[in-house]
Design a protein around this ligand. Structure first.
Ligand code: ATP
Ligand code: MG
Length: 422
């Protein structure tokens, strides 16, 4: 893509009404636009990152054998009453409205109830199970505080997966497989080293749920971390009893701030009993289906990546989720320079490398500052000087020194990164 075609612009000014680093940088670099506190629009660059994160998550969910769908945002009161979660006293993040034709509706803050009810149309026998489905869905939550930028939205994208099993054993096997998949997701988006499985409070059925917590000062949670065992305990369940159950040594635990990027949860048979999802087993017995619920905060994850890697110059995207792999900066308007830059742009694009080509007639310093602010993994420079040397200047976003390499070397170096062909 050519920079001259991009309708968004970067800004040098830190937005005055944003306290979080992720929102400040994403707004300044033109990835998102703020509608109001906790509500953001995703502009072309932001959407590219979101779609890349979603593609990674989608691959891992499909690998689990899960099937993608999209549930409606509008939800029925009766379903949530069956589980006692309609009342604002019980769930304090509901957005609700009324149909003109009469009757209340809720805007989906979660989907366990409607998905489980939908499953009643398809699950009657043990032959219909196990089943699991997932979606990328925009959740609406009337959050009281929204000061963490896109890490806590009133409208945000979640990947939620729901599993339906015949027995606790079948459920546990899938639950463990999801845990592995989640760890792969966080590894692939670059947060593997700082994301930990964390024991947190469970519900009516289980003692614990499991969170995936990424260490960051921007996080809203406190966890106690055993780095060696790659395991943590959320402060909400941090008691001597829990520590001894988990065989964790208090003196070895680090207290750190973290952000919950994922959460997995077992409902046992409870949800199915409440919503009347039963199946007939091989002996002809009626049994409630065992339900698991598994979330990843897609937009929160994007915010956490920004918080985690950003430096004083701006965003630093890991290659796997960067909107573009290369920022091609053309310095000056010399005929030869323009020719070489265009050729490099075309050749790289053909090789499958995602390039943002800065073809604007602005000062070099401005181009470099934008390349840094936008967080593009590589910066390529074409100038009369590089042309005289028959080389291009290449620098990684966080590298100190540029290198000078030929046209062929540039293609060779970058094409495999993007999975393209030389
Ligand atoms: P939190 O404890 O942060 O309020 P939660 O426990 O209510 O989150 P879940 O209902 O388990 O969250 O949702 C699954 C995932 O969705 C969370 O792990 C988190 O990554 C993400 N998430 C939850 N609330 C928000 C929000 N308001 N904005 C962005 N992401 C969110
Ligand atoms: Mg939570």
């Amino acid at each position: 893509m050519k920079m001259s075609q991009l309708f968004t612009r970067t800004s040098k000014n830190v937005p005055a009404d944003e306290v979080s680093k992720n929102a400040q940088l994403l707004i300044q670099a033109g990835y998102i636009h703020k509608e109001m506190a906790g509500v953001y629009d995703y502009l072309p660059l932001g959407l590219m990152v979101l779609e890349k994160i979603k593609a990674i998550v989608r691959e891992e969910m499909n690998d689990l054998g899960s099937q993608e769908l999209i549930m409606s945002t509008l939800q029925r009161q009766e379903l949530w009453e069956k589980t006692d979660r309609w009342d604002d006293e019980k769930v304090d993040v509901w957005f609700k409205s009324k149909l003109q034709a009469g009757g209340p509706i809720g805007f989906g803050w979660s989907h366990e109830e409607p998905i489980t009810d939908m499953m009643r149309s398809f699950v009657t026998s043990y032959r219909d199970l196990p089943a699991n489905v997932y979606q990328f869905q925009t959740k609406l939550r009337n959050e009281l505080r929204a000061k963490s930028g896109i890490m806590r939205g009133r409208e945000f994208v979640m990947k939620d997966l729901y599993s339906y099993s015949r027995s606790e054993e079948e459920h546990q096997k899938f639950y463990d497989a999801v845990t592995e998949s989640y760890l792969k997701v966080f590894e692939r988006v670059g947060l593997g080293d700082s994301t930990f499985v964390t024991f947190a409070s469970g519900g009516a059925f289980t003692q614990f749920s499991h969170e995936f917590q990424t260490i960051t000062d921007a996080g809203e949670d406190i966890i106690y971390l055993d780095r060696e065992r790659k395991l943590a305990v959320n402060e909400e369940v941090y008691t001597d009893d829990v520590l001894s159950q988990l065989k964790l040594d208090k003196s070895k635990l680090e207290k750190v701030k973290a952000a919950e990027v994922g959460n997995i949860f077992s409902f046992g048979p409870v949800k199915a009993q409440q919503l009347d999802l039963y199946f007939t087993d091989e002996e002809g017995q009626q049994k409630p289906v065992i339900l698991g619920s598994y979330g990843i905060g897609i937009t929160r994850l994007m915010g956490v990546v920004v918080e985690h890697f950003a430096d004083d110059k701006g965003i630093v995207w890991p290659e796997a989720i960067a909107p573009f792999t290369v920022y091609l900066a053309r310095l000056g308007t010399d005929v030869e320079v323009v020719k070489a830059a265009e050729k490099l742009y075309n050749d790289l694009t053909q090789a499958g490398v995602a390039v943002i080509y800065d073809d604007r007639d602005v000062r070099p310093g401005e181009k470099f500052a934008d390349a840094d602010l936008m967080g593009i993994p590589y910066r390529l420079v074409v100038s009369s000087k590089t042309i005289a040397d028959k080389k291009f200047e290449i620098k990684s976003r966080t590298g100190a020194q540029p290198q000078f390499i030929t046209h062929e070397e540039v293609i060779k170096k970058l094409a495999p990164v993007a999975g393209g062909q030389v």
